[in-house]
Write a protein that binds this ligand. Structure first.
Ligand SMILES: [Zn+2]
Length: 104
């Protein structure tokens, strides 16, 4: 598993992508729409779109509201990865998006 340092607020890679199409590793295109605070997904393949909406739904059930989904106890997203409900690859891609400072 990839090790990330996400405990701080000013850490990490901060690419500036706002209201733009984001190409994911799986080839899906994601629109980050700051107005709606939702991800619209176009051209998704291999279930990534479903995985993303699953992750977003699961994230609301994490024990901590600011859960980074990288190892916190009570993380519903990681639990879903362990059960195979969502793939590690999908989570990795999702976390990359979540690193965007605009996404909260
Ligand atoms: Zn979590």
């Amino acid at each position: 598993m990839e090790t990330r340092s996400v405990s701080g607020t000013g850490e990490g890679r901060h690419t500036t992508v706002r209201r733009e199409l984001i190409r994911l590793d799986g080839g899906a295109l994601v629109i980050d729409n700051p107005g709606m605070r939702e991800f619209g997904i176009l051209g998704a393949e291999s279930g990534i779109a479903n995985s993303y909406s699953d992750i977003i739904a699961l994230a609301s059930r994490c024990r901590y509201q600011d859960c980074s989904h990288t190892g916190e106890p009570g993380c519903a997203v990681l639990a879903a990865v362990h059960t195979g409900e969502i793939s590690q690859e999908s989570l990795d891609s999702f976390l990359k998006l979540k690193e965007e400072p605009d996404y909260q």
